[in-house]
Design a protein around this ligand. Structure first.
Ligand code: HEC
Length: 127
Protein backbone atom coordinates (compact mmCIF):
# COMPACT_ATOMS: atom_id res chain seq x y z
CA UNK A 1 0.00 0.00 0.00
CA UNK A 2 2.72 2.48 1.03
CA UNK A 3 4.74 1.44 -2.00
CA UNK A 4 1.79 2.12 -4.26
CA UNK A 5 1.32 5.63 -2.82
CA UNK A 6 4.99 6.41 -3.40
CA UNK A 7 4.66 5.29 -7.01
CA UNK A 8 1.60 7.49 -7.53
CA UNK A 9 3.44 10.45 -6.00
CA UNK A 10 6.41 9.87 -8.34
CA UNK A 11 4.15 9.80 -11.39
CA UNK A 12 2.39 12.93 -10.18
CA UNK A 13 5.69 14.83 -9.77
CA UNK A 14 6.86 13.65 -13.19
CA UNK A 15 3.65 14.95 -14.78
CA UNK A 16 4.08 18.36 -13.12
CA UNK A 17 7.68 18.57 -14.39
CA UNK A 18 6.63 17.69 -17.94
CA UNK A 19 3.88 20.32 -17.81
CA UNK A 20 6.33 22.94 -16.57
CA UNK A 21 8.89 22.21 -19.29
CA UNK A 22 6.19 22.23 -21.96
CA UNK A 23 4.87 25.50 -20.61
CA UNK A 24 8.26 27.18 -20.73
CA UNK A 25 9.10 25.99 -24.23
CA UNK A 26 5.72 26.97 -25.69
CA UNK A 27 6.19 30.39 -24.16
CA UNK A 28 9.50 30.67 -25.95
CA UNK A 29 8.01 29.61 -29.28
CA UNK A 30 5.22 32.15 -29.19
CA UNK A 31 7.14 35.06 -27.76
CA UNK A 32 6.95 38.14 -30.00
CA UNK A 33 10.23 39.38 -31.42
CA UNK A 34 9.96 43.07 -32.32
CA UNK A 35 11.38 43.92 -35.76
CA UNK A 36 15.00 45.03 -35.47
CA UNK A 37 14.64 48.45 -37.04
CA UNK A 38 15.92 51.32 -34.95
CA UNK A 39 13.97 54.59 -35.40
CA UNK A 40 16.91 56.55 -33.97
CA UNK A 41 19.42 55.22 -36.47
CA UNK A 42 19.94 57.46 -39.52
CA UNK A 43 18.30 55.83 -42.54
CA UNK A 44 19.89 56.53 -45.92
CA UNK A 45 18.11 56.74 -49.26
CA UNK A 46 20.94 55.36 -51.38
CA UNK A 47 22.00 52.43 -49.19
CA UNK A 48 18.79 51.53 -47.29
CA UNK A 49 15.78 52.59 -49.36
CA UNK A 50 16.83 52.31 -53.02
CA UNK A 51 17.82 48.62 -52.68
CA UNK A 52 14.22 47.87 -51.56
CA UNK A 53 12.90 49.46 -54.78
CA UNK A 54 15.55 47.85 -56.96
CA UNK A 55 14.75 44.38 -55.60
CA UNK A 56 10.96 44.61 -55.39
CA UNK A 57 9.46 47.43 -57.43
CA UNK A 58 11.20 48.24 -60.70
CA UNK A 59 9.65 45.42 -62.72
CA UNK A 60 6.59 47.71 -62.84
CA UNK A 61 7.87 51.11 -61.70
CA UNK A 62 10.33 51.40 -64.55
CA UNK A 63 9.50 54.85 -65.85
CA UNK A 64 7.33 53.47 -68.64
CA UNK A 65 4.10 52.19 -67.16
CA UNK A 66 3.81 52.88 -63.45
CA UNK A 67 4.73 56.02 -61.58
CA UNK A 68 6.64 56.87 -59.51
CA UNK A 69 9.73 55.76 -61.43
CA UNK A 70 11.65 53.74 -58.81
CA UNK A 71 14.79 52.91 -60.79
CA UNK A 72 18.12 53.82 -59.26
CA UNK A 73 19.12 57.35 -60.22
CA UNK A 74 15.52 58.28 -61.11
CA UNK A 75 13.58 57.42 -57.99
CA UNK A 76 14.36 60.33 -55.67
CA UNK A 77 13.39 62.98 -58.22
CA UNK A 78 10.27 61.05 -59.18
CA UNK A 79 9.19 60.53 -55.56
CA UNK A 80 9.84 64.08 -54.39
CA UNK A 81 8.42 65.92 -57.41
CA UNK A 82 5.34 63.68 -57.35
CA UNK A 83 4.68 64.45 -53.67
CA UNK A 84 4.96 60.79 -52.61
CA UNK A 85 7.29 61.31 -49.66
CA UNK A 86 5.90 64.31 -47.84
CA UNK A 87 6.34 63.89 -44.07
CA UNK A 88 4.89 62.66 -41.78
CA UNK A 89 5.72 59.20 -43.10
CA UNK A 90 2.50 57.68 -41.81
CA UNK A 91 0.39 59.71 -44.26
CA UNK A 92 2.84 59.83 -47.18
CA UNK A 93 1.58 58.22 -50.41
CA UNK A 94 4.63 55.94 -50.58
CA UNK A 95 4.22 54.47 -47.07
CA UNK A 96 0.44 54.38 -47.44
CA UNK A 97 0.75 52.34 -50.68
CA UNK A 98 3.17 49.73 -49.33
CA UNK A 99 1.19 49.23 -46.11
CA UNK A 100 -2.45 49.38 -47.27
CA UNK A 101 -2.62 48.42 -50.98
CA UNK A 102 -3.05 44.62 -50.93
CA UNK A 103 -1.09 44.32 -54.21
CA UNK A 104 1.85 46.14 -52.64
CA UNK A 105 1.86 44.83 -49.04
CA UNK A 106 3.68 41.52 -49.83
CA UNK A 107 6.37 43.26 -51.92
CA UNK A 108 8.35 44.50 -48.90
CA UNK A 109 9.06 43.03 -45.46
CA UNK A 110 7.81 44.57 -42.20
CA UNK A 111 11.38 45.74 -41.56
CA UNK A 112 11.60 47.42 -44.97
CA UNK A 113 8.27 49.19 -44.42
CA UNK A 114 9.60 50.60 -41.14
CA UNK A 115 12.84 51.73 -42.80
CA UNK A 116 10.78 53.68 -45.37
CA UNK A 117 8.66 55.18 -42.57
CA UNK A 118 11.66 56.27 -40.49
CA UNK A 119 13.54 57.61 -43.51
CA UNK A 120 10.58 59.84 -44.45
CA UNK A 121 10.15 60.98 -40.84
CA UNK A 122 13.84 61.88 -40.75
CA UNK A 123 13.16 64.37 -43.56
CA UNK A 124 13.10 62.12 -46.67
CA UNK A 125 16.61 63.26 -47.62
CA UNK A 126 18.49 62.21 -50.74
CA UNK A 127 21.24 60.93 -48.44
C1 HEC B 1 3.41 44.10 -60.32
C2 HEC B 1 3.62 45.50 -60.58
C3 HEC B 1 3.99 46.40 -59.43
C4 HEC B 1 5.02 46.25 -58.53
C5 HEC B 1 6.07 45.15 -58.48
C6 HEC B 1 4.95 47.38 -57.66
N1 HEC B 1 3.93 48.20 -58.01
FE1 HEC B 1 3.49 50.04 -57.22
N2 HEC B 1 1.91 50.21 -58.45
C7 HEC B 1 1.54 49.30 -59.42
C8 HEC B 1 0.32 49.76 -60.07
C9 HEC B 1 -0.42 49.00 -61.18
C10 HEC B 1 -0.02 50.99 -59.47
C11 HEC B 1 -1.20 51.92 -59.77
C12 HEC B 1 -2.50 51.32 -59.42
C13 HEC B 1 -2.63 51.09 -57.91
O1 HEC B 1 -2.61 52.07 -57.13
O2 HEC B 1 -2.78 49.93 -57.52
C14 HEC B 1 0.99 51.23 -58.45
C15 HEC B 1 1.00 52.36 -57.65
C16 HEC B 1 2.01 52.66 -56.74
C17 HEC B 1 2.10 53.90 -55.99
C18 HEC B 1 1.08 55.01 -55.98
C19 HEC B 1 1.07 55.83 -57.22
C20 HEC B 1 0.10 56.98 -57.10
O3 HEC B 1 0.17 57.83 -57.98
O4 HEC B 1 -0.70 57.03 -56.17
C21 HEC B 1 3.23 53.82 -55.24
C22 HEC B 1 3.76 54.88 -54.28
C23 HEC B 1 3.83 52.53 -55.51
N3 HEC B 1 3.07 51.87 -56.44
C24 HEC B 1 4.97 52.08 -54.91
C25 HEC B 1 5.50 50.81 -55.09
C26 HEC B 1 6.62 50.29 -54.34
C27 HEC B 1 7.39 51.05 -53.28
C28 HEC B 1 6.85 49.02 -54.81
C29 HEC B 1 7.88 48.02 -54.32
C30 HEC B 1 7.91 47.75 -52.90
C31 HEC B 1 5.87 48.75 -55.86
N4 HEC B 1 5.06 49.85 -55.99
C32 HEC B 1 5.83 47.58 -56.59
C33 HEC B 1 2.20 48.15 -59.76
C34 HEC B 1 3.30 47.63 -59.08
Amino acid sequence: MNQKLKRIRQIFIALILIAAVEGFSSCEKNSFAPPAVDPNQTWHFQTDIQPIFTANCITCHNGKTQFPDLRSGKSYASLSSGGYITPPGETSILYHQITTNSAHIPRSTDEQKLEVLYWINQGALNN
